[in-house]
Design a protein around this ligand. Sequence first.
Ligand code: FES
Length: 102
Amino acid sequence: MSEWIKIAAVGDLEPGKKKMVQAGALCLTLVNVEGAYYAIEDTCPHMGAPLAQGLLKGNLLTCGWHGWRFDVCTGKAVRGDDGLKTWQVKVEGEEIFVRTED
Ligand code: FES
């Protein structure tokens, strides 16, 4: 069963920014790429760095620990062996929701 959980407000995150958000028990990084929102897992699959603290350039997020790089729109690894889990995001009015699954 899936559920939409409010994770932020539109005004919380400007284009080009990212932040860690909590969705129930999940720890996610919410990213704003030119006004579109994406949710990815916050934990780097390499050695567990918090990806919300990585370097974002366009849609590419580079982990601050060892430089693995991810496309936040797809979760695919651009540099590194493993990609990221992603979650569906929607905006309703001024609120941002993520769809979680059991
Ligand atoms: S922990 Fe992210 S690249 Fe190593």
